[in-house]
Ligand binder design. Structure first.
Ligand SMILES: Cc1ncc(COP(=O)(O)O)c(C=O)c1O
Length: 458
């Protein structure tokens, strides 16, 4: 039957039955077909709509949630949106605890849907009472007629995907799916789908994308819980092991860095017209790599589009945020680009030839730099280094009052704003610690060896 042929009783009836869409351009010519299960088509915009409804309906059935009741959850956002949407339709109250690293759009969306949001610190360990899921559990214990959705430990989470997402993928591919790729957060999606698909065909390979910094990959390899490190992709990976993630059904974990994830998410939006968040970038990066590796037109890779990019307009879809977080990868790295990336540095600090050595040393100390260009009417006429200034003063302390021109040496080389990285590095030698960047005849900034190395570091 045609999709949406009949009217629905409410929005919750439109959850699931999401389309499977072939990815055409981001696969970079891979012969293996890659299909995306577009969970962004769910009314709440994410894969989490499915579990929220399943959890609420189970609680209603069990009598744990009665009219006027409250739903509490520690959520990075999408589960909150899904729970709040269902609560809006069903008339429940929602209280969410959400870690402070999550995007402002998510918090606003939850509030718009009528939920109360308590922002908790990201920098506390998982056993801390203020850790967002611990706080949620405590709030639920304190109130009558209140349930905690408990997505990280609730078996209904993977079960919802076992009952809906898995069978949909099997039917939509007519049983031809050979690889399934997802990125575990709670692990509900990958666990439920993998269990279903492997029951139908044990040969299906299941791969997990994991952000670098998450503890899942190492745990899968060694069985040990090592400490994690911070990363920027939201909703996936973890610093603890949830019981909703079944490592047994996952054949392989692959790690993806924030920069590659965001870059791929942006490409999916621009090249496929599918507006997705950063976790989808992790999933699709792995799916495309596998497509190239197996290079088999008869195979069928299915991956998950986890949530809509609208939740990240102030993050990965903001060039400013991407630059500040050193995530933008331009086609050409130019002097102008490197200057813009120096967001934490002071604007160009320089001295005039008639400034005193004392003034130059004060500037060096104040701005924590090692050298200064000497500029006259905006034109470079020389340079001074901290060590040359200090040597002069050590030899003869009275020289603190001398003009900088007396100790200045050759000016730093000048490059244009569109000079490329190769040209910049070739100018930076042991004796030349910096280059000046000039545009339209005016010196705009300075690039030091440190700035170039900072760019080259991952
Ligand atoms: C944006 C995003 N992507 C992916 C996932 C992962 O889904 P699951 O929790 O089913 O592993 C989540 C889960 O929180 C998420 O918020």
């Amino acid at each position: 039957m045609t999709a949406h042929a009949k009217p629905y009783a409410n929005v919750l009836e439109t959850i699931g039955d999401t389309p499977l869409i072939r990815l055409n351009r981001v696969v970079d010519g891979a012969r293996t077909p890659v299909y995306a299960k577009a969970e962004i088509f769910n009314p709440g915009g994410s894969v989490k709509d499915r579990i929220a409804l399943a959890i609420i309906e189970a609680a209603e059935k069990a009598g744990d949630l009665k009219p006027g009741g409250t739903i509490v959850e520690g959520t990075s956002g999408n589960t909150g949106v899904a729970l709040a949407m269902a609560a809006a339709v069903k008339g429940y109250r929602c209280i969410f605890t959400i870690p402070d690293k999550m995007s402002v759009e998510k918090v606003r969306l939850l509030t718009a849907l009528g939920a109360e949001v308590i922002v908790t610190p990201s920098a506390v360990p998982p056993d801390h009472p203020d850790y967002y899921t611990n706080l949620a559990r405590r709030l639920a214990e304190e109130r009558p007629n209140t349930i905690v959705a408990d997505q990280f430990y609730n078996p209904l989470n993977p079960q919802a995907h076992y009952e809906s997402t898995g069978p949909e993928i099997w039917e939509q591919t007519e049983g031809r799916v050979t690889h399934f790729v997802a990125s575990p957060g709670t692990g509900g999606t990958i666990t439920g789908v993998a269990r279903y698909l492997k029951e139908r065909n044990p040969e299906i390979r299941v791969l997990a994308g994991d952000p670098i910094g998450s503890i899942f990959s190492a745990y899968h390899r060694t069985g040990r819980v090592e400490p994690g490190t911070p990363y920027k992709v939201e909703g996936i990976g973890n610093d603890k092991i949830p019981s909703t993630l079944d490592f047994e059904v996952i054949d392989e974990f692959r790690q993806v860095c924030d920069r590659d994830a965001f870059h791929m998410a942006r490409r999916i939006t621009r090249e496929e017209g599918l507006f997705v968040g950063g976790s989808t970038g992790v999933v699709v990066r792995v799916a495309v790599d596998v497509a190239h590796e197996i290079d088999d037109p008869e195979a069928c890779i299915v991956c998950v589009l986890c949530d809509t990019g609208e939740r990240y307009l102030s993050k990965l879809y903001s060039d400013e945020w991407m630059r500040e977080n050193r995530m933008l990868r331009p086609e050409r790295v130019t002097a102008a680009y490197l200057l813009e990336a120096k967001v934490d540095s002071p604007p160009l600090v320089s001295v005039a030839p008639g400034s005193t050595i004392r003034e130059a040393l004060d500037l060096i100390e104040e701005h924590n730099v090692s050298q200064l260009p000497v500029l006259e009417d905006g034109r470079p006429v020389g340079s001074v280094t901290e060590s040359a200034l200090l040597s002069a003063v050590m030899e003869e302390p009275a020289r603190l009052a001398s003009d900088v021109r007396e100790v200045a040496t050759e000016s730093f080389p000048v490059v244009a704003g569109d000079a490329e990285l190769d040209e910049i590095t070739s100018r930076l030698t042991r004796r030349t610690p910096a280059v000046l960047v000039a545009e339209n005849g005016a010196v705009r900034g300075i690039l030091t060896r440190y700035d170039v190395i900072h760019h080259l570091m991952p």
